[in-house]
Design a protein around this ligand. Structure first.
Ligand SMILES: Nc1ncnc2c1ncn2[C@@H]1O[C@H](COP(=O)(O)OP(=O)(O)OP(=O)(O)O)[C@@H](O)[C@H]1O
Length: 685
């Protein structure tokens, strides 16, 4: 598209040899069109002939494949565009929409107020505080029409502005358009109501991506000797059908010389500054209006992290309780009337009873069986997780083993050993049952030998494991799974909350065609991104703080490092999530597509980043690369920061930051490239 150099030129829009296809489907096929300044041009044609595509090319929303478009406009402010669909943020009030577009076009508050009052009255719009969704379809279209007029543009491009309006209002809109054209405005209007276009100064009759004729309605009626434009159109369609080659013969002769223009010309309509404070303000305000209007979503975004963290802590990391374990005690059928406290070396006590008490104290639910066969059967039927068997002379055999040491008979060693069967179908539960059985055994041995120390100077250490566990250097002596998983959980949540929010917001705007309209009005990707990021960042800080309070204060997970460093790390990770959500939203056709991508990637990153299982335990092929995934090093750094208390100078911590920043840059670069390559997603200039 070019801007006329010669202001004295009488044409406002000149399109030559325009070709445009969607994939392999050609829509515009060598179209030529000329709109004179200060006139109304009616673009008529059947549904699907390419009118909207042509208008989108004129307002720079789409780029021609071949041909040229020349406009007398110098900046986007000179063009007013009303798309076929409403394409407005319908959750905003009429007033908010006026201010939004007013700021985009650089108007002052006073100018917006004045224009709003004028347009509300002219278009018979309801109260300015009415939310757009509460308006009828026709009222919404009128708001959309008003938005295209708010900045008093020189060229007005209107895609079916009178659809759905009553005849009286349509008539008054046409009168207004006629007045505007008399005052120097150029108007291009598409309409299905062909006769309505009689009021235009010129009409272009379009069919299958090319113009069949272009002239004033009166000339066309006279030339083709028809009483209605509809008849002219039908006649030309018939002719066109009979002789496809005749298409271009109807093009005014003056156009012929223009066919030699270069094939594609780049737009030189100025968007203005790359960053405009007014447009940024408009976008931030719009985001805030949306947040205020969508109270449920906003609340959801703030409550969701708390809910996730609370449920995470309540569900994860605690040892299972009341696990059922079978036992067969051939030493004594009942422990009620027997002694099991005291020194086993000097008194007759029942260590099996002591052992069972230890297990009960660990909240196991013990079920007695008469035989090992019965106990094993119970395990096969999944009634119990494990089965224990004490031989008839269990305690005596243990004592003999202590007394005789290496001279103990093999049979005695067997009787003094506990038989234990376990259901290994559940890795976590079987490991916990096994751990508690071993610990209970050690405690039992301790308890039956401790009293001996005073009596016969025997230390329980003689049968204890020859290892001494000292105080943990890092972490607690009894770490839980939630201590391990909390840092990674925080990274995953803070990464995916912005993915959800950004994906939903951007897709909402994309699906409604709103963002394209805003871009056509001059908003740049940079401004949209910065404004969205500003609002998103504030939300993210609140979310991160909420989660840290729940995880580390309410549920008392270990946090030994700097709070500021932890918060900073989470925020960098969250920023990456925000841009990632943006990419998903831009690349996917709709919200459902973005959700699929989001859920899929979430599961993948959760598996890889060491949230469920230590990264050190991954397959060696994955271990070679898993550090390069977005959340792995961040989760590792967060873990070391919170549990070990390491600071930013430690390589593990700063590598978490480096990885997150690198991913943020990569995501930004991908988003930028996608927008550059797929300029039909929305326009950047
Ligand atoms: N984004 C798109 N991708 C693929 N095909 C498209 C796309 N947009 C439009 N088309 C196709 O291009 C052709 C022209 O569409 P366009 O919307 O320009 O027609 P139109 O004359 O404005 O129709 P209507 O009067 O019904 O709005 C149609 O066949 C349409 O299906």
């Amino acid at each position: 598209m070019t801007v006329f150099k010669d202001e004295a030129d009488t044409s406002a829009i000149v399109i030559r040899n325009a070709f445009k296809s969607y994939g392999t489907h050609p829509v515009l096929k060598g179209l030529n069109l000329t709109v004179q300044k200060s006139t109304i041009y009616g673009l008529l044609g059947p549904s699907g002939c390419g009118k909207t595509t042509l208008l989108s090319c004129i307002v720079n929303r789409l780029r021609l494949d071949h041909g040229s478009i020349s406009l007398s406009a110098r900046t986007v402010r000179d063009i007013g565009y009303m798309p076929q669909d409403v394409c407005l943020h319908t959750e905003l009030s009429i007033k908010e929409i006026f201010y939004y577009y007013g700021y985009i076009y650089g108007l002052t508050d006073k100018q917006i107020k004045y224009k709003m009052a004028e347009l509300l009255s002219f278009l018979e719009l309801p109260n300015q505080n009415r939310i757009c969704t509460s308006l009828s379809g026709g009222q919404q279209r009128r708001v959309s029409f008003a938005v295209s007029l708010i900045h008093d543009p020189k060229i007005l491009i209107l895609d079916e502005p009178t659809v759905g309006l009553d005849p009286v209002l349509s008539f008054s809109i046409w009168q207004r358009l006629i007045d505007m054209s008399r005052m120097g405005k150029t108007i291009v209007i598409t309409t299905h109501y062909i006769e309505e276009a009689r009021q235009a100064d010129a009409v272009g009759l379009m069919r299958s991506g090319a113009l069949l004729a272009e002239d004033s309605p009166s000339y066309l009626l006279e030339y083709y000797n028809c009483s209605t434009l509809e008849d002219v159109f039908l006649y030309l369609c018939e002719q066109d059908q009979n002789n496809n080659a005749s298409k271009q013969t109807n093009v005014p002769a003056s156009c012929d010389k223009l066919r030699s223009l270069p094939n594609v010309e780049e737009s030189t309509v100025l968007v203005g500054k790359r960053f405009s404070y007014n447009r940024f303000k408009a976008q931030v305000l719009k985001n805030l209006y949306q947040i205020r209007r969508n109270v449920e979503i906003t609340l959801f975004m703030f409550v969701l992290p708390i809910v996730i963290c609370v449920f995470f802590n309540m569900a994860i990391g605690h040892d299972p309780t009341n696990l059922r374990v079978a036992f067969v005690n051939d030493e004594t059928y009942s422990c009620y009337n027997v002694t099991y406290k005291g020194c086993a070396l000097t008194e007759k006590i029942y260590a099996s009873c002591q052992f069972l008490e230890e297990l009960r104290n660990k909240s196991f639910s013990l079920i007695q069986y008469n035989s090992t066969e019965e106990a094993q059967l119970a395990m096969y039927h999944n009634h119990v997780w494990g089965a224990l068997h004490f031989a008839p002379n269990y305690t005596r055999s243990v004592v003999e083993r202590i007394n005789h040491g290496q001279h103990t008979k093999s049979a005695t060693l067997d009787f003094g050993s506990l038989n234990f069967w376990i259901d290994r179908s559940d890795k976590y539960i079987s490991t916990l049952v096994q751990r508690d059985v071993v610990i209970s055994l050690m405690e039992t041995i301790n308890k039956i030998l401790e009293p001996c120390a005073a009596k016969i100077k025997v230390s329980p250490k003689i049968v204890a494991n020859p290892i001494r566990f000292h105080q943990a250097i890092y972490g607690t002596n009894e770490p839980t799974f939630s201590h391990f998983a909390t840092p990674a959980a925080l990274c995953i949540i803070i990464f995916y909350l912005p993915v959800i929010f950004t994906g939903a917001i951007i897709n909402g705007e994309k699906e409604g065609g709103v963002i394209e309209r805003v871009m056509a009005a001059g908003m740049s990707f940079f401004e949209v991104a910065i404004a969205h990021s500003a609002v998103q960042f504030v939300m993210m800080v609140i979310q991160a703080l909420e989660m840290m309070v729940v995880m580390y204060i309410v549920f008392d997970n270990p946090y030994n490092g700097s709070v500021m460093t932890g918060l900073a790390l989470l925020l960098v990770v969250g920023c990456g999530g925000s841009v990632f959500g943006f990419i998903l939203a831009v690349l996917s056709k709709n919200l459902a597509g973005a959700c699929f991508f989001g859920i899929g990637s979430n599961f993948l990153l959760m598996c890889v980043c060491g949230f469920i299982w230590p990264a050190e335990g991954a397959h060696y092929l994955l271990r070679m690369v898993n550090s390069y995934f977005p959340l792995t090093l961040a989760a590792t750094a967060m873990r070391s920061l919170t549990i070990r208390g390491w600071g930013i100078t430690h390589p593990v911590i700063y590598m978490g930051f480096v990885s997150s920043v690198v991913w943020l840059v990569v995501f930004i670069a991908i988003a930028y490239l996608v927008l550059k390559i797929r300029d039909d997603i929305w326009r950047q200039k």
